[in-house]
Design a binder for this molecule. Structure first.
Ligand SMILES: C[S@@+](CC[C@H](N)C(=O)[O-])C[C@H]1O[C@@H](n2cnc3c(N)ncnc32)[C@H](O)[C@@H]1O
Length: 206
């Protein structure tokens, strides 16, 4: 079952040393690795696997999530891995359905595997888009709706799963230009078939 609130997510994080991988998501690495480091925000950052990797590559990163347990872990891992550069990571405990990042403030905005469902995600997508600075990039990655029938793992309730078309529609009128909006396959070790992720990549013209 997908945890639904901060208390449930906190309980999930408290029950394991590390819920997600230590390293970044492969697509995040592939799609952001060539960007010049600047200011980034990772929305629903969890334990900070992507945020910390970005900070290791010179970015100043804000990691926002409503789980203080996950963000405390992100802070600790950042201190271990970044040493004197640990201040490149800032954590913000925030519920993304009530809090919005600063407008036009970030060169890179990540929204990775936040699965709230269409109606709840729309304002989050739009706030994420609004926070992209001129010349900046938005990367949205989520379990795709087709993953339930044709993929592997992830939430099994289709109502919390987006499609690329739906995310692209949410971004209409935000001033962002779509670069990619598609379903991508992700190999999962030991799984009978790949997982299917919804990928939307967009930028704000400089
Ligand atoms: C599947 S995890 C993904 C974590 C991270 N993005 C990653 O890929 O490792 C989903 C995260 O969303 C956070 N989350 C869920 N609903 C949220 C909300 N309304 N506001 C802020 N964070 C939320 C959870 O605490 C959890 O850390």
């Amino acid at each position: 079952m997908l945890p639904v609130d901060a208390a449930a997510w906190n309980a999930r994080y408290a029950g394991a040393d590390l819920v997600w991988s230590a390293g970044p998501n492969a697509l995040v690495e592939q799609l952001t690795g060539g960007l010049p480091p600047g200011r980034a925000i990772d929305l629903a950052a969890g334990e900070g696997r992507n945020a910390i990797w970005l900070a290791e590559h010179g970015w100043r990163v804000t990691a926002a999530d409503f789980s203080d347990v996950a963000l405390a872990r992100a802070d600790r891992i950042a201190r271990e891995r970044l040493g004197a550069d640990a201040d490149r990571l800032t954590t913000v405990v925030a519920d993304l359905t009530r809090w919005e990042p600063a407008e036009a403030a970030y060169d890179l905005v990540l929204l990775v595997f936040l699965q709230l469902g269409g109606e709840a995600m729309r304002p989050v997508h739009r706030a994420a888009a609004a926070s992209v600075a001129p010349g900046g990039t938005l990367l949205v990655l989520a379990h795709d709706r087709s993953n339930v029938e044709h993929g592997h793992g992830g939430p099994q309730d289709p109502s919390v799963l987006p499609t690329p078309e739906q995310v692209a529609h949410d971004l209409t009128g935000t001033g962002l230009v779509l670069d990619r909006a598609e379903v991508v396959e992700r190999q999962v070790e030991g799984a009978p078939r790949p997982a299917r992720d919804c990928l939307v990549l967009a930028h704000r013209p400089g």
